[in-house]
Design a protein around this ligand. Sequence first.
Ligand SMILES: NC(=O)C1=CN([C@@H]2O[C@H](COP(=O)(O)OP(=O)(O)OC[C@H]3O[C@@H](n4cnc5c(N)ncnc54)[C@H](OP(=O)(O)O)[C@@H]3O)[C@@H](O)[C@H]2O)C=CC1
Ligand SMILES: O=C(O)C1=N[C@H](C(=O)O)C[C@H](O)C1
Length: 254
Amino acid sequence: MGRMLIEAVQAADDCVLSAALDRPDSPALGQDAAAFLGQPAGVAIGADVDAAVAASDVLIDFTRPEGTLAHLAACVRHGTAMVIGTTGFTEAQKTTIAEAAQRIPIVLAPNMSVGVNVTLKLLEMAARALSTGYDIEIVEAHHRHKVDAPSGTALKMGEVIAQALGRDLKDCAVYERHGHTGERDPSTIGFATVRGGDVVGDHTVMFLGTGERIEITHKSSSRATYAQGSLRAVRFLAGRRQGLFDMADVLGLR
Ligand SMILES: NC(=O)C1=CN([C@@H]2O[C@H](COP(=O)(O)OP(=O)(O)OC[C@H]3O[C@@H](n4cnc5c(N)ncnc54)[C@H](OP(=O)(O)O)[C@@H]3O)[C@@H](O)[C@H]2O)C=CC1
Ligand SMILES: O=C(O)C1=N[C@H](C(=O)O)C[C@H](O)C1
């Protein structure tokens, strides 16, 4: 995602690449951040988080939860806004982000694409209309390099559906089935994960009734949509002083 974001920033006429961060042990340190585009940005990839954050209005973070939290602390120190696309946070880490949002403005979303965020609205409507007699299963597929499961998007879909049904996902999610599972509990929301190849990101929610089933699917075919969504989030944050937002706020889908 780092490369997709740099490419999107370089192509945008209202954004400037002010810094690019990688791990302190990265072999990329010192290289021009846009060298891979064949058009240098004049910004070297670095590992000095405080210097990068101090030089920026917004930090876009697509790393790992522990990286995000280190970046978050620096953003709070410098009053820099954040767009967080990283997934796989624990509840405690989400609370830390929410607390930081009392001091800086943050857009936190497991999926920055317009299509997924519209799909979340469709799921809310479907869940309400199909609240009885339909079993709900969420299936997601991603590339072989993805490290968290289920995807942040699948979990968000589960949360939106559970909320529409007056349930708490923590109480009704089923993440594994193996061996003698017994019959399906109708109050549960099941998750299944596929990992392999270069799948950008597929999510299907099934509402399985008697004599019919409804499937709502979103398929990403390019990671550029996530980068473009991230820039929309950056523009949304301009002029805001604090608050925790998601892509529904950015896209006006509330
Ligand atoms: N919200 C959205 O729309 C999307 C979210 N994502 C999420 O974004 C995250 C990143 O995905 P992706 O770009 O594919 O992953 P990559 O592994 O390709 O990139 C992550 C980058 O973060 C670096 N990194 C890892 N840990 C740390 C750390 N502790 N501090 C600083 N940097 C760190 C990695 O360095 P190194 O390689 O050295 O480990 C790597 O350069 C994932 O959580 C993914 O689920 C992805 C796509 C869309
Ligand atoms: O790691 C990815 O690739 C993706 N991660 C996000 C997620 O966990 O939902 C968003 C998208 O599906 C791609």
